[in-house]
Design a protein around this ligand. Structure first.
Ligand SMILES: Cc1ncc(COP(=O)(O)O)c(C=O)c1O
Length: 398
C-alpha cells in the first residue's frame, strides 16, 4: 500500500530554511522564517523564561496528565492577559480557556469544533492570510471563503474588506487577525474595528480572532483593543491564542482556544464539547510551556521582567522598520516603501513581486517568502544598506 503514496512538495518556508543554510555567501540575510531575531540574529530564550523554568524544575512533583483543558492556572492567567484584569466577560464568567498545542493547535480545535457544531458554516479568511490557516481549516473540513484585505498598490483595502464581509451569510464564521497581521503587517485602527464590529453584528456571524502576536504591535494592551471591542460587544466569539512569539517558546507548543459565550451555562456547554474535540485530537496538551507562562504571569517580578523583554522585542522591530525606510531614501525609494514603517508586528508585505524576490535570493542571498513577505526582525543595523541597495536594484528592472 505505501508504495502507491504520492510525494507532495514540502512546506515552502522549510525549503527556504534549507537553501539559506546551504548558502555560503557571508552577506546572506534571512527574512523568511517567522521567528523573532535579536541584534545578533539569534532567537533567544527570554530571561524571564529561564527563571520560570528554574522555578518549575524545583517545584514540579509529577508528570501525570494535565487534562484536556490543560493547566487551570495557565488558562486563568491567559484569560486575564487577553481580556484585561477588569474584563466584564471574566466578571460574568462567560469565557473558557482550553489549552492547546500552540496557536495552530487552537485553530485546529476551533476548526473541528465549528465543523461539528455548525455543519452549514463557512469560514471567511482575509486574502492574504497566514497560509497555514488554509491548511488547518481544510484539515477540519470547514469550507473556506475569502475577504479582500490588500489592494493592488499594496495598501490595506478596508473598503474592500467591509464590502466582502457585508455579503457573509448569518451563521458563517469570520476570522480576524487581532494585531500584527501575518503576512501583511497592516492592522486596523480603532475606527475601523468599530466598523467591523457593526458588520459582524449586522450579519450575525461568529467572530474567530487569531491572537498570535500580543505585545509585538503597539503594546500588550493596545494590541488587544479590537479583540476586546468585538468580544465585549458581540456576546459570542472564539479566540485562538498563541504564546509562541511573545514568550519566545515556539517549540514548547503553548496556546489556547478561548470560547466566549452569552452566559456561563452556554460557556460550560461549549467547554464540554471542546474537551471532546481535544481528546479526539491529542488527548492532553503538553505541560511545560504552559507552566512557564503561568509562572511568569503569576509572579510580580517575572511578569515585570517579561513585559520589559516584550517591549524590547517590539521596539527593536519598530526601529528597524523606520531604519529600513531611511536606508531606502538614497535610492529615492523611501516614499514608495513608506508603509514598511507604518505596518505592525514582525512581518511586512513589501509589495515585491515573486520575480523580484527570486532575484534577491539568487543575486544577493536575501531570502524572503515568494509572496513578498519579509520578516523585519531578520534585519540587522549593519545589513540595512546592503538590503536597501539590493531592493533598489531589483526594483529598477521594472
Ligand atoms: C497569524 C498566526 N496565527 C497562528 C500562528 C500559530 O502559532 P503557533 O502554532 O506557533 O503558536 C502563527 C504563527 O506563525 C501566526 O502567524
Amino acid at each position: 500500500m505505501l508504495e502507491n503514496v504520492e510525494r507532495v512538495p514540502g512546506d515552502a518556508i522549510l525549503g527556504l530554511i534549507q537553501t539559506f543554510k546551504a548558502d555560503d555567501n557571508p552577506n546572506k540575510v534571512d527574512l523568511g522564517v517567522g521567528v523573532y531575531r535579536d541584534e545578533n540574529g539569534q532567537t533567544p530564550i527570554l530571561e524571564s523564561v529561564r527563571e520560570a523554568e528554574k522555578t518549575r524544575l524545583a517545584k514540579e512533583t509529577t508528570k501525570a496528565y494535565i487534562g484536556s483543558h490543560g493547566d487551570p492556572d495557565f488558562g486563568e492567567a491567559v484569560l486575564k492577559l487577553v481580556f484585561g484584569h477588569n474584563s466584564p466577560i471574566l466578571a460574568a464568567n462567560r469565557a473558557s480557556a482550553t489549552q492547546a498545542p500552540g496557536g495552530t493547535g487552537a485553530l485546529r480545535l476551533a476548526g473541528d469544533f465549528c465543523r461539528a457544531q455548525f455543519p452549514n458554516a463557512s469560514i471567511w479568511l482575509p486574502e492574504p492570510t497566514w497560509p497555514n490557516h488554509i491548511g488547518v481549516f481544510n484539515a477540519s473540513g470547514l469550507p473556506i471563503k475569502r475577504y479582500t484585505y490588500v489592494d493592488d498598490d499594496n495598501h490595506l483595502d478596508f473598503a474592500g474588506m467591509l464590502a466582502d464581509l457585508k455579503t457573509a451569510p448569518a451563521g458563517d464564521i469570520v476570522l480576524l487577525h487581532a494585531s500584527c497581521h501575518n503576512p501583511t503587517g497592516f492592522d486596523l485602527n480603532r475606527d475601523q474595528w468599530q466598523q467591523i464590529l457593526d458588520v459582524v453584528r449586522e450579519r450575525d456571524v461568529l467572530p474567530m480572532i487569531d491572537f498570535a502576536y500580543q505585545g509585538f504591535g503597539d503594546g500588550l494592551e493596545d494590541d488587544a483593543y479590537g479583540l476586546r471591542l468585538i468580544t465585549e460587544s458581540c456576546g459570542e466569539a472564539l479566540v485562538t491564542q498563541s504564546c509562541s512569539k511573545n514568550f519566545g517558546i515556539y517549540r514548547e507548543r503553548t496556546g489556547c482556544l478561548i470560547a466566549v459565550a452569552k452566559n456561563e451555562s452556554a460557556m460550560q456547554d461549549v467547554r464540554s464539547q471542546l474537551a471532546t474535540v481535544a481528546r479526539g485530537n491529542y488527548s492532553n496538551p503538553p505541560a511545560h510551556g504552559a507552566a512557564i507562562v503561568s509562572t511568569i504571569l503569576g509572579s510580580h517580578d517575572l511578569r515585570a521582567l517579561w513585559q520589559d523583554e516584550v517591549s524590547a522585542m517590539r521596539e527593536r522591530i519598530k526601529k528597524l522598520r523606520a531604519a529600513m525606510v531611511d536606508a531606502l531614501q538614497p535610492y529615492g525609494l523611501d516614499e514608495r516603501f513608506e508603509y514598511i514603517a507604518n505596518q505592525r508586528g514582525m512581518f511586512s508585505y513589501t509589495g515585491l513581486s515573486s520575480h523580484q524576490v527570486e532575484r534577491l535570493k539568487n543575486d544577493y542571498s536575501i531570502y524572503m517568502v515568494s509572496s513578498g513577505r519579509a520578516n523585519i526582525a531578520g534585519l540587522q543595523q549593519d545589513n540595512l544598506d546592503y538590503v536597501a541597495s539590493a531592493i533598489s536594484d531589483v526594483v529598477e528592472e521594472e
